[in-house]
Ligand binder design. Structure first.
Ligand SMILES: C[S@@+](CC[C@H](N)C(=O)[O-])C[C@H]1O[C@@H](n2cnc3c(N)ncnc32)[C@H](O)[C@@H]1O
Length: 206
């Protein structure tokens, strides 16, 4: 693919296309219009990347990025941390953006169209790490994600990292998790590709 250098971001060893890039415009013209906020890369993703870099999962282990959108966080995990990655999203129209970026960055990511509610214990077996950036943005997502975290821990997932810039449904989820699981919230910032901060809810298996 001949990528024009404008409308392209290079950060943390990966390449991300912006909305004005001709390949992104091509997908939009083909009617791939994400409908549940998956129309761009959200900043919390970068904060999770930096956290994973400092505390990486075992090489070759399975990371599932839920509500993956364009899949950039998972692409970073595959390319820079040598993880086996599944990108999960309810919206089928985000997955072509994931495939485009995986090809561009030379990694294999398994795309899975699935709602949080339908990620069964069986589908979660063998996963070591779950990440989710900017996925708890509606009140109704709080109980859905709480139950998913509970299923994931039962399925043997070791660590779950949910990042958010500070919305009320996320803090409600954090409170529930801190009551029931080994969970904590930390605040982290990044300057790249633009200044942003996010709270990370980190839940670890006992
Ligand atoms: C704000 S975007 C964040 C995308 C990506 N994580 C990022 O940081 O760029 C939220 C994503 O969650 C997905 N999503 C929302 N509700 C979902 C659900 N119930 N099950 C699975 N995915 C969902 C949306 O389709 C969207 O791609």
């Amino acid at each position: 693919m001949a990528a024009s250098k404008t409308h392209e971001i290079k950060t943390r060893g990966i390449t991300i296309l912006q909305n004005g890039h001709k390949e992104i415009r091509r997908l939009k013209k083909a009617s791939h219009t994400p409908s549940i906020h998956g129309h761009k890369v959200w900043n919390s993703s970068y904060v999770v990347m930096d956290y994973l870099k400092r505390k990486p999962p075992a090489k070759g282990s399975h990371l599932m990025d839920i509500g993956c959108g364009w899949g950039i966080l998972g692409i970073y995990a595959a390319k820079r941390l040598d993880l086996q990655v599944t990108g999960v999203d309810a919206d089928p129209d985000v997955l072509p953006y994931l495939t485009l970026h995986a090809e561009l960055n030379g990694v294999d990511i398994t795309p899975l169209r699935c709602r949080f509610e339908k990620l069964t214990r069986k589908k979660l077996e063998g996963v070591e790490t779950i990440t989710g950036a900017d996925i708890c943005f509606w009140d109704e997502l709080t109980p859905v994600l709480f139950k998913l975290i509970r299923r994931a821990l039962k399925a043997g997932v070791r660590r779950i990292i949910i990042a958010d810039p500070g919305r009320a449904p996320f803090y409600a989820l954090a409170e529930l998790c801190q009551e029931k699981f080994n969970a904590r919230v930390i605040e982290r910032r990044t300057a790249n590709p633009k200044p942003a901060s996010a709270d990370l809810l980190i839940i670890e298996a006992d």
